[in-house]
Design a protein around this ligand. Sequence first.
Ligand SMILES: [Zn+2]
Length: 170
Amino acid sequence: MSTSSESYHGLGYVDVHCHLIHDKFKGIEDEIALKCKTAGMDFVVVNGLEPISNRQVLELCNKHKPYLLPALGIYPLDAACNVITEANWNHPFPPPEKFDVDAEVDFIDEMAGNKLIAAVGECGLDKHYLTDDTSMQEQERVLRKLMKVMDACWLLPLFCFAVVTVHCPG
Ligand SMILES: [Zn+2]
């Protein structure tokens, strides 16, 4: 097994998608971040899902610069939060909280424009939990807006690969 310094083109191991901002890791985020570093990860891209976790991602990554890289996004189900009704939500768990989705895209765009995020994510389309046309159209509308934001993300020139983390089940 090669070490990070022997890796392809000098670039070591990069985790391009993780959710350190998850209830499961509450209170031990810093410990996990340090463990990843000790284990040989060069960079870890931490993904946000909606306004609350997006801000938590920024805060955590700011504490672990430049090792943790922030990616802000809107999870597909959250993207559709304002068009979810009792008719199109038929699951045993509650639907996502409603928020101003377009204002959040603007916030992500602002962060990208100021070079404060490395990538856009999480974003995408989810046809597993939402299958109706209205929800899918709303998910697609938000995804298209987020795809425009990724042009400003600085991970592209640095790594020449994905600056977007796409969620696509169903
Ligand atoms: Zn994810």
